[in-house]
Design a protein around this ligand. Structure first.
Ligand SMILES: C[S@@+](CC[C@H](N)C(=O)[O-])C[C@H]1O[C@@H](n2cnc3c(N)ncnc32)[C@H](O)[C@@H]1O
Length: 273
């Protein structure tokens, strides 16, 4: 049985998460935290969270701190997660954005890519419904987690992951059988560039985007960090560009120059033209 942790140990982990990733580890999440950290304990040959916290306190911020943050962030994702969002993208959001990008590459940013299903779903959508032979589609896919990014970049999914959200038609066209799983096809690979980016630290120069997907990440942040990420992301949109949050997320703050807009049933923020 996993041993519990003290309030002092939990507060240490809350602060670590807050400082390193902006994620709020809420009170009441103590037993989930212990469970999520059990692989780290095992790998480190430790038996209690107390031992782990002692080791974290004794060593400078480094590999172990990163492992703890990676273990405590949520990486849940799937292809075409929240289908109404993808219908809205295909029918309402992308047609004018792709038209407006004529003469230059269309650019999108997935700000919390996780295991990669989101940028690959966007690549599939663009290739399947918007590519007529000349368009260039560039998707920048970022995440704080090196481990998630490595998985996303490999583009190799188990049969179960591949079956969640992909229609047989899209699966057949854009995934290829590969060593017991499925791999994204060479056709769409060049469309996505992966890089590590921590949303709560300084961002490198990313350029301007037609579309930003910041889905299912900001609800782990407190209102101040959420606001700061939204404000900074808003500045990266081309005029007319669109920022989409997760299906259950409500933008409690509207950055300057953006206006709330509904695409079908899906709320979004759009930059004025
Ligand atoms: C629940 S997943 C969302 C995946 C995808 N956007 C979706 O909606 O299916 C949340 C992702 O946010 C990432 N994340 C958490 N805090 C972050 C931060 N401060 N900077 C960048 N990514 C972060 C996690 O590593 C995780 O991969």
């Amino acid at each position: 049985m996993l041993s519990p942790m003290t309030q002092d140990e939990f507060q240490f982990l809350q602060k670590l998460m807050r400082d390193r990733s902006a994620n709020v580890l809420e009170a009441g999440k103590e037993s989930t935290t212990v469970m999520r950290l059990s692989p780290v304990l095992k790998a480190e040959g430790l038996t209690t969270i107390g031992d782990l916290v002692k080791k974290l306190r004794a060593t400078g911020v480094g590999r172990l701190h990163t492992q703890v943050v990676e273990s405590l962030t949520v990486h849940e994702s799937s292809f075409f997660r929240d289908p109404p969002v993808w219908s809205a993208l295909r029918e309402h959001v992308l047609p004018p954005l792709v038209r407006a990008s004529a003469g230059r590459p269309f650019r999108a940013w997935c700000g919390a890519t996780s295991l990669g299903q989101e940028p690959w779903s966007l690549a599939i959508t663009l290739k399947r419904w918007f590519y007529t032979g000349t368009e260039q589609f560039h998707i920048t896919a970022t995440d704080i987690s090196e481990k998630a990014l490595a998985y996303a970049m490999a583009g190799r999914y188990t049969a179960l992951e591949a079956s969640r959200g992909l229609s047989p038609e899209l699966s057949q066209r854009f995934l290829k059988p590969d060593a017991g799983g499925m791999s994204v096809s060479a056709d769409i690979r060049p469309m996505v560039q992966f890089r590590r980016l921590n949303l709560c630290q300084d961002w490198p120069d990313l350029g301007q985007f037609d579309l930003i997907l910041m889905r299912n990440v900001l609800y782990y942040f407190d209102p101040v960090d959420r606001r700061s990420v939204l404000d900074r992301a808003a500045r990266l949109l081309y005029p007319g560009g669109v920022l989409l949050l997760g299906a259950g997320e409500i933008a409690t703050h509207t950055p300057r120059d953006l206006t709330p807009h509904r695409f079908g049933t899906v709320p979004a923020l759009r930059r004025g033209c």
